[in-house]
Design a binder for this molecule. Structure first.
Ligand code: C5P
Length: 221
């Protein structure tokens, strides 16, 4: 089933807290099944980066202009993964006009894709409520902080384990408690706890979930 039949339509919504493994898992699945992949967090991060470059000034028109300029290539900008950008992305994610501009981008991207996996906080609940498969990632905060610190170290970002842990806890709290589109596990989502999983184990688990779900929709291919 590695190369999916040209007639298949299969869309995956993947949600979860910060650093829970959504992006790593999503990229593995997209590679394995040749699906398009979008990290919606990178959209919020990109807007936050542009706001910082604009002296922290932004309004509806500024966001509209930024969203119009977004390309998948621009979302690969390494600067969007700094602690400063992460913090601001979570703050602007509370604004209705930011969310609705980015919702249009995501809905458009999904519409154009036959095979797609999108990850974020509100994908299964708001962006893709009719997804074929919904995943919800979770992981202990200690393990999440350890993983994030490793990534920061690779990029020579000066930050301590304690600071990483604190900022993850704060961001998860804000994302879960905000009024609009909070982080929530949809009723029909499958819980994936990555705390004790190696990358290989995660890949096997996710592959089986996707294969079984495709079989449910299309029968044996
Ligand atoms: O997933 P990532 O950590 O890159 O997301 C950065 C921030 O963007 C999150 O903390 C969250 O506030 C916001 N976000 C969101 N809704 C999404 C994806 C990300 O509010 N679907």
């Amino acid at each position: 089933m590695k190369k999916l039949n040209k007639k298949i339509n299969f869309k995956i919504a993947s949600d979860g807290s910060s650093a829970s493994g959504k992006t790593t898992g999503g990229k593995l699945i997209s590679k394995k099944f040749n699906m398009k992949f979008l990290s919606s967090g990178s959209l919020y991060r990109f807007c936050a980066l542009k706001i910082i470059e604009n002296n922290n000034d932004y309004n509806y028109h500024f966001i509209k202009k930024i969203v119009k300029s977004i390309t998948l290539k621009k979302l690969q900008n390494k600067k969007i993964y700094s602690p400063e950008v992460a913090k601001l992305s979570s703050i602007i994610a509370k604004k209705k006009f930011v969310r609705s501009a980015l919702k249009s981008f995501q809905v458009n991207f999904i519409k154009k894709s036959r095979l797609v996996i999108v990850e974020g906080r509100d994908i299964g609940s708001v962006i893709m409520p009719n997804a074929d498969l919904k995943l919800f990632f979770t992981c202990s905060v200690k393990e999440k902080a350890r993983r994030r610190l490793k990534e920061f170290k690779k990029k020579n970002t000066k930050i301590t384990l304690n600071q990483v842990e604190k900022s993850l806890i704060q961001r998860d709290k804000d994302d879960t408690n905000r009024k609009i589109s909070p982080l929530i596990m949809s009723k029909n989502a499958v819980l994936v706890d990555t705390t004790k999983l190696s990358i290989k184990q995660m890949e096997i688990k996710l592959s089986n979930l996707v294969k079984n779900s495709i079989k449910e929709k299309y029968g044996n291919l």
